[in-house]
Every structure is written in structure tokens, then in C-alpha cells.
Design a protein around this ligand. Structure first.
Ligand code: TRP
Length: 341
């Protein structure tokens, strides 16, 4: 059986340039690299979208748009073994989540730091869904026997609990689940440069976050190119007065250098050697603004050229395949539980 790489991205917030460079591009690279050799599952965890309150009128459009972003970024959707699907269109996800929840400790779930953080912000509107979110996620992974699950650091704890649930059930029922590799190995597999994290434009010591309230801190993939260029021009830098790549002491200018390198596809070292020692931050901002503006013009043209029907065709194919694979795993589990013969 072929190994599976699987990941999912929530669709209910407009992605930033940081998401694009830190998640979309690396995932597309992995998909291109392994297409034909491993199965690549890129799915939309749409049932995860409302574990916290959202605008429901927006959701359908956001899901379709999210898939367009992946396609515009170059995801090889026509390659054999690459599947794109929506979680809610494969009912085994919901069924598996219930089963797994009965083999997950209440105490171990209470330790999830993302739940603790999010529920502090939400106070009274904390749902049971937010609490059991990692169990649904474990099902997303285990249904497809995924070995590699490229995710950001904020999801590592959820990956660990997935491993714990899988190992526990394997001990009890025999080897029914493939246990995804440890997070340290996942990081190696992703081959991501640790420093590669686009920073906030207004508080460059933090990462660029799609949920940040300050619109000037982030570049959205849907930003008007001229607006995005202005945001770069007003980005926070420092008072050192000389350009140097130093994420600790000069995160603002370092961030700009990194953005130029990533968007132009030029090695960071080359960008640095061109700018190091320069005193005119305005020139660096001009160049970065122009690179960002041009990227957005081209990217948005690509997105506009993909129709909703194109997306639906890709999704429906993926969902058909996903139903077969997930359905088979669910049946195996139902059997060992005593629900089926
Ligand atoms: N929780 C992930 C996030 O917020 C999304 C997700 C849901 C996911 N199910 C998954 C990621 C399974 C990888 C595998 O980013």
C-alpha cells in the first residue's frame, strides 16, 4: 500500500501572505514532489469551521475559494493519487469521530493548549465541538492511514493525541491504524526552514496572523494589490539605520528581505548580499511593495480564471475516492468493535 501524506486547512478565514508562503506553497511543493509515488490528500476540514462562531453565509464561498487558492498555487489536481475533498462530503469522518471519542480520555483532552487558549478568548460561547475538535482531526488522519501530516506547530499537540489514540486502539484491537510519524520526523519530512515565517508588518516580532485585528499587520490574498503595496510601505522597521538580516534585533527589515526572497524565488542569501549595509529603508520597502503588488496581480488573475465548476469537478472526484478509502477503514473498525461481522 502506498504511503499517504494528508493535510487540511480551515477555510473560514481569508488566508494571508504568511499562510500562502508558509503552508500553501510548501504543501504544493510536497504534492508535486511525491505525486505518483505517495497518495496526497488535501482536504477541507469544513466541519471544523464552526467549532468557533463564524459567518455562516460566507462559509460555502470560502470553501470553494480556498480550493481555488490551492489550484492557483499549482496543486497538481490531475495527478494520479492527489485527492482534494470536503470532510462533510465523506460521512465516515463524523462516524469515526464519535467512535474515537469513546476511546479518548476526558483528562487528556483537557490538556490541549489550543482549547485552553481559545476557550479563554471565547468565555461563554465555548462549545463541546471546540473541545472535541482534536478527535475529529484524529479521525481525518486515521481514516486514510496517513503517515505524514504536514501542519504548523500549533497542531503538533493534536498530532500527538492522534498518535496516542491510534496506539491505544491498536493495543486493544490489533493493528487497525497506521500511526503517523512523530512530530520531530514530520518536521524533517516537511523540510521547512525554521526561520521561514512571515512576520506581522506592524509588530514584526510576531508572526503574520490572519486573525490579527490590525488590517495593516497582514496582507490578505484578496487584498487589492495597491492596498497591499501601501501596507508594505508603512511596515514597521527599526531605528538601527542599516539593513541587516537579523530576525532578533531587526525583525522588520529581515521580514521584508524574506518576503522578497520567497516571492521572487531567489535565495535569501542573494537578497541579503544585495541589501546588506544599505541605509535607505525606503528603497527596500519600494522593492518589496512592488514584488508583493506584482505577485498579487498575477495570483488573483490565476484565481479568477478558475471557475466554481472546475473546483466542483475536482472535489467530486476526490470525494468519490475518499469515500471508498475512508469507508473501508471505518468498516474495519466497526468490525473490531463488534458492530459488524
Ligand atoms: N486543525 C487543523 C488547523 O486548524 C486543520 C485540520 C483538521 C487538519 N483536520 C486535520 C490538519 C487533519 C491536518 C490533518 O489547521
Amino acid at each position: 500500500m502506498r504511503e499517504t501524506i494528508l493535510t487540511g486547512v480551515r477555510a473560514n478565514e481569508e488566508p494571508t501572505l504568511g499562510n500562502f508562503l508558509g503552508a500553501y506553497v510548501p504543501m504544493v511543493e510536497l504534492a508535486k514532489k511525491y505525486a505518483g509515488e505517495k497518495d496526497v490528500n488535501m482536504f477541507v476540514p469544513d466541519l471544523h469551521s464552526f467549532t468557533t462562531p463564524i459567518e455562516h453565509e460566507e462559509l460555502y464561498g470560502q470553501i470553494i475559494r480556498g480550493v481555488k487558492y490551492y489550484m492557483a498555487a499549482g496543486l497538481p489536481v490531475d495527478s494520479e493519487g492527489v485527492s482534494v475533498y470536503r470532510q462533510s462530503f465523506v460521512s465516515a469522518h463524523s462516524e469515526m469521530a464519535w467512535i474515537l471519542s469513546c476511546f479518548t480520555g476526558f483528562g487528556e483532552m483537557q490538556r490541549m493548549t489550543q482549547f485552553k487558549d481559545k476557550s479563554e478568548d471565547l468565555r461563554d460561547s465555548v462549545s463541546v465541538g471546540l473541545f472535541s475538535y482534536p478527535v475529529l482531526m484524529a479521525g481525518d488522519i486515521l481514516l486514510y492511514s496517513a503517515k505524514y501530516v504536514p501542519v504548523g506547530e500549533d497542531q503538533f499537540q493534536h498530532l500527538e493525541i492522534t498518535r496516542d489514540i491510534a496506539m491505544r486502539m491498536n493495543r486493544k484491537f490489533g493493528e487497525i491504524f497506521t500511526v503517523p510519524v512523530k512530530t520531530a520526523e514530520q518536521v524533517k519530512f516537511m523540510n521547512l526552514d525554521e526561520g521561514l515565517r512571515v512576520r506581522s508588518l506592524t509588530e514584526p516580532e510576531k508572526k503574520m496572523s490572519k486573525s490579527a485585528e490590525n488590517e495593516n499587520s497582514k496582507i490578505l490574498l484578496s487584498d487589492k494589490p495597491e492596498v497591499a503595496a501601501k501596507k508594505i510601505m508603512s511596515a514597521t522597521t527599526d531605528s538601527v539605520g542599516k539593513i541587516k538580516f537579523d530576525m532578533f534585533n531587526q525583525p522588520g527589515v529581515s521580514n521584508l528581505l524574506q518576503i522578497v526572497s520567497l516571492l521572487k524565488g531567489v535565495p535569501l542569501q542573494d537578497v541579503i548580499s544585495r541589501w546588506v549595509g544599505e541605509t535607505r529603508y525606503g528603497d527596500l520597502k519600494n522593492e518589496t511593495a512592488e514584488v508583493v503588488r506584482r505577485f498579487l496581480v498575477e495570483f488573483q488573475e490565476k484565481v479568477a480564471a478558475i471557475s466554481d465548476d472546475d473546483v466542483l469537478k475536482v472535489l467530486e472526484q476526490g470525494e468519490e475516492r475518499a469515500r471508498v478509502k475512508a469507508g473501508a477503514k471505518l468498516l474495519e473498525v466497526q468490525k473490531v468493535l463488534g458492530l459488524r461481522r
